[in-house]
Design a protein around this ligand. Structure first.
Ligand code: SAH
Ligand code: SF4
Ligand code: F3S
Length: 470
């Protein structure tokens, strides 16, 4: 049951109801009301949306994928780059017609965008049909906010506190029955100079290992095979807490649970990645052979301006250790192209590092200034044509690297999880290897969530193709 029992003076929980969720149920239950949740952004937001769906179900809504038939729309937003915010605002704009068609429709906006005061203010004034907004750490307040609004209270716009509580036991409706997200911590203390996340997700706080273990045990017992532990910097898990368990200890503890499953995690910050963590991975088959280690830039000078807390040399040291202990691991990274002051020489250092490491996957982003972050005020902004040119060169190089790495997979057999029909390749099923590579194959019998052995018969820079092996 939801622990959201905050008694407000304006609309207290009615005496015959135990919780706000229960109170909303008394208004909408049995009326065939539907909730539509739209998600932007990272896995953390996807995990939050599954909790929103869980609370909606508890309050008596069924979940729909059609905004037009919804009675309650929740838009869970991202603010990491300007493009993400623009997309969310444009979508919220489109929901005006839904409200025009159905006056009793409730529209809520949550996530990282309205956690910034200027955005909450903008929504309040420019989108008068949005009923309420709430921040990433106020998720648990959803039933209260909805109950208040349904019973006639004014529109509300909640900006999250800097040190919010860790709230357990929020109900969840998961999208998949074989892949699951498990948040192990919230917030971020790193303040990389370009990044909005610490401002919108508050200070770092970790869940208790007992609560995490209980959730993971239950998932494994229910047959989940792919479990991803989430945090903005999982390597600082447990820091400053009253229990003695760091991330490597937590992984060891979770990986000792019996069953047929793999644990993944993201994101690992290079400044806090330890040899102990890599040793624990090497020892345990339940931890996927995959390492996502965001580099951001190959230039130590740019890394200093980014406030990343490591040099290119320190990064290579930890990466070399990963390669030594986990030679079969899939490697991936994030790169920001054209950070303020990035010279041609700095950029070439990034390309050189990519050549040296040979990542299987690189997620690259053109730097986007974020209001309120130190980098937004930095000088020597890189001109647009140079940004585009650098991005193209980076993608060309990475395509070449990925192409030759994938070619080495030819003839090998991988155990993949079947994830259903491929959207881009008609008649093919899409599988994911343990290292998260896409492997397309044909099968008469495989269903979503099945493990399938597939032998690679053709390779590409961004996908592998193969045949099922019985
Ligand atoms: N906590 C994670 C990542 C969070 S955001 C980490 O530290 O790695 C995901 C990625 O978005 C970042 O790794 C970075 O590459 C990119 N990113 C963040 N802020 C950005 C900005 N202002 N402009 C462009 N890319 C950005
Ligand atoms: Fe942003 Fe840096 Fe925190 Fe990642 S570690 S969320 S990039 S501030
Ligand atoms: Fe976006 Fe917030 Fe995630 S800004 S990337 S949804 S933490």
């Amino acid at each position: 049951m939801n622990k959201c029992i905050r008694i407000s003076k304006e609309k207290p929980v009615p005496e015959d109801r135990k919780t706000y969720a229960d109170a909303v149920f008394s208004l909408v239950g049995g009326k065939d009301y539907k909730c539509f949740v739209q998600t932007f952004g990272c896995q953390q937001n996807e995990a939050d949306s599954e909790r929103i769906a869980g609370m909606a179900a508890e309050m008596g809504y069924s979940i729909t994928d059609k905004p037009d038939e919804a009675d309650f729309i929740v838009v869970n937003t991202c603010a990491v780059r300007e493009h993400a915010e623009k997309k969310a605002l444009s979508l919220i704009g489109q929901y005006k017609h839904c409200k025009n068609n159905k006056k009793e429709l409730v529209i809520a906006v949550c996530g990282c965008m309205p956690s910034q005061e200027h955005r909450a203010d903008e929504i309040k004034h420019k989108y008068p049909y949005v009923d309420f907004t709430f921040g990433t750490s106020d998720l648990y307040m959803l039933p209260e906010l909805l109950y208040r609004r349904l019973s006639g209270a004014k529109r509300t716009f909640i900006i999250p506190e800097d040190k919010p509580p860790v709230v357990e036991d929020i109900p969840v409706v998961r999208e998949s029955n074989y892949r699951a997200w498990v948040s192990i911590m919230y917030g971020c203390n790193n303040f990389c100079s370009y990044c909005i996340v610490p401002y919108v997700r508050g200070r770092e706080r970790s869940r208790h290992p007992d609560a995490i273990e209980a959730e993971v045990r239950q998932l494994i017992a229910e047959g989940y095979k792919d479990i991803t532990l989430l945090g903005q910097n999982v390597n600082s898990y447990g820091r400053g807490c009253d229990f003695d368990c760091d991330f490597a200890d937590l992984l060891r503890r979770l990986a000792s649970i019996e069953g047929d499953y793999k644990l993944h995690f993201m994101t690992s910050h290079p400044k806090d990645a330890t040899k102990k963590l890599i040793d624990v991975m090497a020892e345990n088959e339940h931890i996927a052979r995959q390492f996502h280690l965001p580099l951001q830039s190959g230039s130590s000078e740019i890394l200093r301006k980014m406030n990343r807390g490591y040099t290119a040399e320190k990064y290579i040291e930890i990466l070399d250790y990963i390669k030594e202990k986990l030679p079969d691991a899939t490697l991936s990274t994030d790169i920001i192209v054209a950070f303020p002051g990035e010279t041609e020489e700095d950029f070439e250092k990034t390309l050189e590092l990519l050549e040296y490491v040979k990542y299987d996957m690189v997620f690259s982003f053109i730097y986007s200034p974020r209001n309120g972050t130190p980098a937004a005020k930095m000088e020597n902004v890189v001109p647009d044509d140079v940004k585009a040119d650098r991005m193209r060169r980076l993608l060309d190089l990475q395509t070449r690297i990925a192409d030759s790495l994938n070619a080495e997979c030819l003839g090998k057999t991988y155990r993949v999880i079947c994830q259903g029909q491929s959207k881009n390749n008609a008649g093919m099923l899409e599988g994911r290897t343990e290292g998260n590579k896409i492997l397309l194959f044909a099968s008469e019998t495989a269903r979503d969530g099945d493990y399938v052995n597939v032998k690679v018969t053709k390779t590409h820079a961004y996908a592998l193709y193969g045949e099922e092996v019985k």
